[in-house]
Design a protein around this ligand. Sequence first.
Ligand code: FES
Ligand code: FES
Length: 230
Amino acid sequence: MPIRPRAPGVFGKHRARCTGRSPSSARKSRPSRYGDAASARVGSNHPSRRQGIRMKLNVNGIEHDIDAPPDMPLLWALRDLIHLTGTKFGCGIAQCGACTVHVDGSPRRACVTPVSTLEGKKILTIEGLSKDGSHPVQRAWAEIDVVQCGYCQSGQIMSAAALLAKIPAPSDTDIDQALSGNICRCGTYPRIRAAVKRAAELGAGHAIAAAPSDLPSMLLPSVTVPARTA
Ligand code: FES
Ligand code: FES
């Protein structure tokens, strides 16, 4: 039987932490989705069992100090340590695209990207695309009414944004190729294609290039997750 990947949460409060620059913005860590019992079932070589190291992650223009095992996937760090939950867990094995973020402007599957490979790189998540949903890709998505259940959509939008940054006026083939790794179980593909074209008309390529530096730092504060006490 294939091994089912674990969702973000198994690393939880007990194995890693994030210390940001603003103690006043500290948030209490949340319990692991699977709890201590699940953690106890994890083998001794599992990343959640290994020693964390301190590193810096630049996410949406803000530097976060995190303390995590080097092979912790970026998705876990984003959701459990930095508390940016717009990036979703789907398959955990780079097959569905739900976890797509940008790393130095290129789309990347956060579920299979170890945090230790990201120091000095710029990570952009769906939260960083605009401060108020006004980015052309987001406006086009709303205008075309793309979303059904919504689960895949942050990944779809990030893949579309990366495409438009590279090809400001993509063809159907460009769109299909760029988004072929983003699965939508609701079948919103025709609306996604229309929305990408509408975003191109709204000038998405230019806006994407400007996005990270446009973000006010107060919008996405660093967070501090208390270390384990027992
Ligand atoms: S959760 Fe990363 S590709 Fe599916
Ligand atoms: S909108 Fe439901 S999975 Fe894509």
